[in-house]
Design a binder for this molecule. Structure first.
Ligand SMILES: [Fe+2]
Ligand SMILES: [Fe+2]
Length: 268
């Protein structure tokens, strides 16, 4: 699996790896003491709404750990270097949210309340093909961009704004990697394989639609409008489907959650 002296030719991915190294930041980049300025209602709403994102950071760590051996076997050393920097990003995102829960003195929702969260996790990690995994992680990163953008807008000058802005810089690098990785591979894919990618996008979106339904009230308390977030996310995925040449966007229809999810009640 490991070559003694592999070639490193993909300069664009190597440049992203270099950016990944220089883009690292630690807990001292954030004024955590500002957590006390966040109103109790926003803290509680955000604690619930963040639950799938919190799990998603761990899903990303697991996914990277799974895909690295597959890429090494395929001789894709540049991608392995880049993903090693992304692993540190995801670990930081997870640790930051863990810290936020501690500072807010709140807990995430218990897993049984959000079955779609596990469905999403399982679907993302289902395939053993790096291409599917990078496509799934791109969709997750598009969601993260919308979500952290909404968190930034709750509290642009405080803790949430600062945390979201730094996280969004990491997400921009993740997206650039997925773009580079996928753009050369998709033109060679069969129509069935492309249909499979659309199927993955639809399954992930369906889970997010279910989660948005369950978390709509909690998100409103935090100052986040889940329906406009999902509208924006759908347009983002459609744009990428077209841009990468997976399909013409005119042929795709927006999926919705299979069952209408019961909302998580507001805490009394
Ligand atoms: Fe992340
Ligand atoms: Fe990410």
């Amino acid at each position: 699996m490991i070559q003694v002296h592999p070639e490193l030719n993909d300069d664009r991915i190597l440049r992203l790896f270099e950016k990944g190294i220089h883009g690292q930041w630690g807990e001292d980049a954030i004024a955590w003491g500002q957590a006390t300025d966040v109103p109790a209602r926003v803290r509680r709403g955000l604690a619930l709404t963040l639950t799938p994102v919190y799990l998603g950071e761990q899903t990303a760590m697991m996914g990277i750990a799974t895909v690295i051996p597959l890429l090494l076997r395929g001789g894709e050393t540049e991608a392995v270097l880049y993903l090693s920097s992304m692993q540190l990003d995801e670990a930081r995102h997870f640790r930051n949210l863990h810290r936020l829960y501690e500072l807010f003195e709140e807990d995430p929702l218990p897993a049984r309340r959000l079955p779609e969260m596990w469905r999403y996790h399982a679907r993302l990690l289902h395939s053993r093909d790096p291409l599917d995994w990078v496509w799934g992680i791109l969709i997750s990163d598009l969601f993260a961009r919308r979500f952290y953008g909404a968190v930034r807008d709750i509290d642009p000058d405080g803790l949430l704004g600062a945390l979201a802005r730094r996280t969004l810089q990491d997400e921009a690098r993740h997206q650039a990697f997925s773009d580079r990785f996928l753009e050369n591979r998709i033109p060679q894919l069969s129509p069935e394989r492309r249909a499979g990618m659309l199927g993955l996008r639809d399954d992930l979106f369906r889970s997010m639609d279910g989660l948005a339904g369950r978390l709509a009230d909690a998100a409103t308390d935090a100052g986040i409008d889940t329906s406009s977030l999902l509208d924006g996310l759908w347009l983002d995925t459609e744009r990428w489907v077209e841009r990468l040449g997976i399909a013409s966007t005119h042929t795709t229809q927006r999926p919705t959650a299979t069952r209408s999810a019961s909302a998580v009640p507001r805490p009394s």
